[in-house]
Design a protein around this ligand. Sequence first.
Ligand code: GAR
Length: 203
Amino acid sequence: MLNGKIRAAVLVSGGGTNLQAILDARGKVIRSAEIALVVSNKPNAYALERARTAGIPALALSPKALGGKEAFERELARVLEEHRIDLIVLAGFLVILSPDFTRRWDHRILNIHPALIPSFCGKDYYGLHVHEAALARGVKVTGATVHFVNEIPDGGEILLQKAVEVLPGDTPETLQRRVMEQAEWILLPKAVELVSEQILSGE
Ligand code: GAR
């Protein structure tokens, strides 16, 4: 921790619009954290470009290339220690972390999920599939949730939630976009600040 700021790492797998929301919130909503590192499990994730454009150290660690999830998590832990990371933010990161890893970072990992947990969550619900399931069930309200990560996929303590209306004629894509714009990109920076303040004040 330096200059009264904690050091956060953002883990990504894809386009990185949530990463972008975090980057854009620096110095505004996010005042207590520095974004010190971005790690992707996919070498070609566009999120890595966004990080590099913002001048943030960005690297890809592929579980496959490293020989499996155990080796991936070992290397991830090493990199996080090397960069003296205090808080891990999962922003569209689609690897399920092992209980060993989540225990080691107890209350230090945040995740954004594109639904109102406990609806449409758990190991098979990610990305567009979440919105497909919400439309198939016919819900009229969905939203997003930021929660701490524990050993149960999408099962950790809920920090923030925001509801978003489902509109007639929605497709998974239109609904995904509305949930991002009206909920995810607002909630995630807020949650990063909230938890960073708590860490700084020693809670
Ligand atoms: C976001 O909608 C995020 O909530 C979701 O993946 C998308 C990533 O988009 N995450 C999950 O489904 C996790 N279970 P992004 O790369 O543009 O931020």
